[in-house]
Design a protein around this ligand. Structure first.
Ligand code: GRF
Length: 203
């Protein structure tokens, strides 16, 4: 089983996947890492782990469609069973989302359906919520709107600032993302027409 990981930044979730693979806990091999930004630190993590790292600068393409078409070419060259979005900060075209329907996961730093989009931690703090967290979901063409597979919740402390809350959530992300990817790689997790199922049980 092979996966391709798409990133735009620090790549701490990518690192969690790399570490899981090193411990034989991923159920598959990270075949390539693709970034739309050349300065993404995740590229360094990939290279240090000996994983082919590709930069596809989105600004070199005239349209979202042209960029996504180029992305498809690079992804399909590696024939992945699963595409993993790990801090990939691009809105996907419907054609791209449909092409990988049921075999593309994303992690989002909120308890979806709360706080889709950007600045989730700041918005959660501004609302004085008691609980916040992260969600792993299958990707559809609705931004942060695809069917949720797993969530991790954390308590919000009164003294939390954005950085403290982000850190607490990120630590949980690094647990639930490799776990979910492993389930998919093992064939235990599937997206059916009734939604995500884990070992034949609806989630
Ligand atoms: C994470 O908070 C993830 O939930 C969101 O983007 C961030 C990526 O962080 N999609 P990193 O690049 O994995 O460190």
């Amino acid at each position: 089983q092979r996966l391709v990981v798409l990133i735009s930044g620090s790549g701490s979730n990518l690192q969690a996947l790399i570490d899981a693979e090193a411990h034989d806990e991923l159920g598959g091999e990270i075949a390539a890492v693709i970034s739309n930004r050349g300065d993404a630190y995740g590229l360094v993590r990939a290279r240090e782990a000996g994983i082919p790292a590709v930069v596809l600068p989105h600004h070199e393409y005239d349209s979202r469609e042209a960029f996504d078409a180029a992305l498809v070419k690079v992804i399909d060259r590696h024939a992945p069973d699963l595409i993993v979005l790990a801090g990939f900060m691009r809105i996907l075209t419907p054609a791209f989302a449909q092409r990988y329907h049921g075999r593309m996961l994303n992690i989002h730093p909120s308890l979806l359906p709360e706080y889709r989009g950007l600045n989730t931690h700041a918005r959660a703090l501004a609302d004085n919520v008691k609980e916040h967290g992260a969600s792993v979901h299958f990707v559809t063409d609705e931004l942060d709107g695809g069917p949720v597979v797993v969530q991790a919740a954390v308590s919000v402390a009164p003294e939390d600032d954005e950085a403290a809350l982000a850190e607490r959530v990120l630590t949980r992300e690094h647990v639930i993302y490799p776990m979910t990817v492993r389930w998919f790689m093992q064939g235990r997790l599937k997206l059916t027409s009734d939604g995500p199922r884990l070992d034949n049980h609806p989630l």
